[in-house]
Design a protein around this ligand. Structure first.
Ligand code: ADP
Ligand code: MG
Length: 392
């Protein structure tokens, strides 16, 4: 308990930095300080975009006081994937206990909250609505500001939950079950899309290949574990580079190629030819990793940046981390990864993004709605940050 208190009390440097950040040096500047001077700004972040109900309490957009994730894997795995209606019902059941647990672990009460942040998209509409309407009620009842957050912005900023974080500008690869995109990140709230998947996301490919191979759902971890025992150079699966200068991705051809291979492999007697399931998993993983690494390093070279961030569920993959660190290291670039718990969906990253949008003075109102598709370029337009290129 003592260490918890020390982790967020006002004498922490983060709190002091925020104090100076928020001062407007004009006569009467004291009126412009939200909350009490030297008091950290406590934000509750909520994510219900897909199949995890998550709530977190974060101080000053940096110190995680709690991060509670209620996974629905048990509910969905029998169906081999996320069933949207079941996800919504589970969120309804879990949101209140998850928030209560996050406040209790953080040792704060509702009265200590300076703001509340919630994912409004992209994601499953019925799932997002549960989080949004919970938060609207909370913000209205407590009269605290509400920050609507783009889930992808949350993934990009999740790196600031770590001690070791980059300075701006950097290139970020967000790679998860629903997204595979590269962004040039100039500041909080300033993201330029550089490339994205044209069909399946990398995590989706992991999940589908695991399903085809009988490894179950969710597939990323199962494939990684299986691949440890196999040889990544055993089968040459296709790599879709989409043209020399493109930073876009495509993983559906690879998925089909693995499915065809598996069909023939089974017909040949599953392993009778000396190729094991572990070899298939490792070879598939290697072809995903090759493309992700090549494009991310190319994007960083093109923008002349020395820092690369990788986030999202697939960023947990150790082979991908190892290969990206090696390739970036050869170009004298630094790579930054959030810990696995901040890579997969979590409320803490939403609190970070919400904290920065609240600092910018942005507020959500009671007319807010959710967006199943919410490209980052739309976020930039909402903020009046100028026109960003096509893509999300
Ligand atoms: P989303 O934001 O798309 O809902 P997450 O950010 O929580 O999802 O990421 C989940 C995805 O990450 C799943 O597709 C899962 O298979 C993938 N994943 C998780 N761990 C690994 C891993 N070790 N290797 C590869 N993929 C992984
Ligand atoms: Mg995610």
């Amino acid at each position: 308990m003592i260490s918890k208190i020390f982790s967020w009390r006002p004498w922490r440097p983060g709190a002091i930095i925020r104090f100076f950040e928020t001062i407007n040096f004009t006569p009467g500047f004291l009126e412009n300080i939200p909350g009490k001077p030297f008091d950290p700004m406590i934000v509750l972040g909520i994510d219900t975009s897909c199949d995890d109900t998550s709530a977190a309490v974060v101080a000053d957009g940096r110190s995680v006081l709690s991060n509670v994730v209620h996974s629905q894997v048990e509910v969905h795995h029998v169906h081999g994937g996320v069933v949207p209606e079941l996800a919504s019902r589970e969120h309804v059941r879990n949101i209140m206990p998850v928030v209560a647990e996050s406040l209790s672990r953080a040792r704060v009460g509702m009265d200590d909250l300076d703001g509340v942040a919630v994912t409004v998209g992209p994601g499953l509409v019925g799932a997002l609505l549960v989080g949004l309407y919970y938060v609207k009620g909370l913000a209205w009842a407590r009269q605290i500001p509400l920050a609507p957050v783009n889930h992808l912005e949350g993934h990009i900023l999740s790196i600031f939950l770590e001690e070791r974080a980059p300075s701006f500008p950097f290139v970020a690869l967000t790679v998860s079950g629903g997204h595979t995109s590269i962004y040039h990140v100039e500041d909080y709230g300033r993201y330029t899309p550089m490339g994205q998947t044209l069909d399946d996301a990398a995590g989706e490919a992991f999940d589908k290949v695991a399903k085809i191979s009988g490894l179950g759902y969710p597939g990323g971890v199962a494939i990684e574990r299986m691949a440890l025992r196999g040889r990544g150079d055993r089968i040459r699966f296709p790599r879709a580079y989409m043209g020399r200068d493109s930073l876009d991705f495509s993983f559906s051809g690879l998925k089909t190629s693995v499915a065809l291979y598996m069909k023939r492999w089974r017909e040949r007697g599953a392993g009778g030819d000396g190729v094991t399931l572990a070899d298939v998993a490792a070879s598939f993983q290697e072809s995903v990793v090759d493309v992700l690494v090549q494009k991310t390093v190319t994007a960083a070279q093109r923008m002349g940046v020395k820092s690369v961030v990788m986030a999202g569920g697939v960023a947990c993959n150790r082979r991908l981390r190892e290969r990206l660190s090696q390739a970036a290291g050869e170009q004298a670039m630094e790579v930054y990864y959030p810990r696995p718990g901040y890579c997969t969906d979590n409320g803490a990253m939403i609190a970070v993004a919400g904290y920065h949008s609240l600092l910018r003075g942005e507020r959500g109102d009671m007319a807010l709605d959710v967006r199943s598709r919410f490209p980052i370029k739309a976020l930039m337009a909402d903020q009046g940050a100028g026109s960003a290129p096509e893509g999300d």
